[in-house]
Design a binder for this molecule. Structure first.
Ligand code: ZN
Ligand code: ZN
Length: 473
């Protein structure tokens, strides 16, 4: 970790160019790719040793050590202690400033965080702030687009090809507790990772060896991969209920293995919110811990994003799904593309096929007569006639489904039938009265006026076409 600079009041990202990612990627060169031949020079040996030795010793230890139930409870509790040091401390308190903590709680959290052996608060938060700021780009230290294993562990084992994008951590350099942890980091990790778990088990129930193996080594391995899952699993499996621009996802399974950091889609959208899970039934013990601390007077100013803004994200994602569904369906021919037909032409054509007029539209009911639930005879008597009144309640007040199906059978607009066409309640099928439209589409309709009929010449249709009518609702 770098020593605090002389001038801590100037944020390092004060003079960053407008499109920093593009600017940096085009103006800096990445280190050459890692191959088998240069691998030994490109490994981060300290990380490699820690992340291979600890699990190996844990496996060997488990093989040779009987697990006492007291040690199991202790290891399990200590796992949560370390985990909360990272989730409630490193992550939500320091990387995101999502609440304020008393000095006492800060000391507890830096000690707990040290027992997770994941580097100092400063180093961890600097990388994490870059991860949020440049998510899924090459300036994101654990860019999920580089694959599951890279974002899980590879980014720590290999020297990065680029420096992480700039992120200001001057606030952390001013924090005395963080600087205290930085100063005493090595003694702290040795004490919390090995001495404390061993001593508790030894003096508590005479199981020093079990304490070291289960509450020390096994617990640390679990804590490591629990946190790593936030960068890998949380960007891999699950849903995107708030935004799908980037890879972060929400999934209960990820929440279970990460002490509640699994609602990562929410978290990337609202990173300063002290919660990851916003529903009471979702698993987020870190949120419950912070909330409890606030009730005990040890934490305050718990930040939450306005529910109204959260719901906008939810609505947008719902609308995207609806839009996809809408685009997969077949819709009636638009009024702009239907030929305008003279009365004479309609009458003449009606002798050859069942053309029925309803609300100014001519419908071709070929193949439908026998399908008509009320019987073919009711339709047949309107061939070449206006069935508007009968359709809208004169004979039977048709269902929305019938209205929708009828619109699919439109083949033309009767010349002079404009007043009917402008009767939106009767001409727009129920299925089209609510639509998911993109902003550009709405804007286009506003620009051109909403109910203006524009005519132009066209005589290429099967029916005798006199004019084409472009009509917008
Ligand atoms: Zn993330
Ligand atoms: Zn975060």
């Amino acid at each position: 970790m770098a020593k605090p600079t002389a001038d801590q009041s100037v944020p390092v990202d004060l003079n960053v160019p407008e499109n920093y990612v593009l600017h940096t990627l085009t103006n800096t060169k990445p280190l050459p790719p890692i191959k088998l031949s240069n691998l030994h020079n490109e490994l981060q040996w300290l990380s490699v040793i820690i992340l291979t030795t600890i699990p190996t010793l844990a496996i060997v230890g488990v093989y040779h050590t009987t697990l006492k139930w007291q040690t199991f409870v202790w290891a399990f509790a200590f796992y949560f202690f370390s985990g909360l040091g990272i989730t409630a401390g490193y992550h939500r308190l320091w990387a995101h400033r999502s609440y304020n903590a008393s000095k006492f709680l800060e000391y507890v959290l830096v000690i707990a965080g040290a027992s997770a052996v994941q580097g100092s608060v400063h180093w961890w938060s600097r990388g994490h702030r870059a991860h949020h700021r440049y998510t899924d780009t090459d300036l994101d230290p654990y860019n999920a687009h580089r694959g599951f294993w890279y974002s899980h562990i590879g980014w720590m084992l290999l020297k990065p090809r680029r420096k992480p994008g700039v992120a200001d951590v001057s606030d952390l350099k001013k924090n005395k507790v963080i600087m205290w942890q930085h100063r005493w980091y090595l003694p702290l990790i040795i004490t919390t990772t090995f001495v404390l778990p061993t001593a508790v088990a030894h003096y508590g129930w005479n199981d020093a060896w079990g304490g070291l193996v289960y509450a020390g080594l096994v617990r640390l391995t679990f804590v490591h991969h629990s946190t790593f899952c936030v960068n890998s699993l949380a960007h891999w499996i699950g849903e995107s209920p708030f935004d799908d621009k980037h890879t972060p996802k929400n999934h209960m399974l990820t929440a279970f293995v990460t002490v509640g950091e699994g609602y990562h889609n929410f978290h990337h959208q609202f990173p300063m919110d002290y919660r990851n899970a916003i529903r009471w039934y979702q698993y987020d013990p870190t949120k419950w811990f912070i909330w409890t601390m606030s009730k005990l007077g040890l934490a305050w100013q718990l930040k939450t994003f306005p529910e109204n803004e959260i719901q906008k994200g939810v609505l947008t994602m719902h609308m995207k799904k609806l839009r996809d569904m809408q685009e997969k369906l077949t819709w009636p021919e638009s009024t702009a593309h239907l030929p305008v037909v003279t009365y004479e032409s309609w009458q003449e054509q009606s002798a050859k096929r069942p053309l029925v007029l309803i609300s100014g539209f001519i419908h071709d009911l070929s193949g439908f007569l026998e399908e008509h639930p009320g019987g073919a005879h009711l339709v047949k008597r309107f061939i070449g006639k206006d069935a508007t009144t009968a359709f809208f309640g004169g004979v039977y007040d048709h269902s929305n489904a019938a209205h929708n199906l009828l619109a699919m059978k439109r083949v033309g607009v009767l010349s002079g039938g404009h007043p009917h066409i402008l009767d939106i309640a009767r001409t727009v099928p129920p299925s089209q009265r609510l639509k998911v439209a993109r902003y550009e589409e709405l804007k286009r309709d506003v620009d051109y006026g909403s109910t203006t009929a524009v005519e132009d010449e066209d005589d290429s249709e099967d029916l005798v076409v006199t004019r084409k009518l472009k009509l917008r609702y």
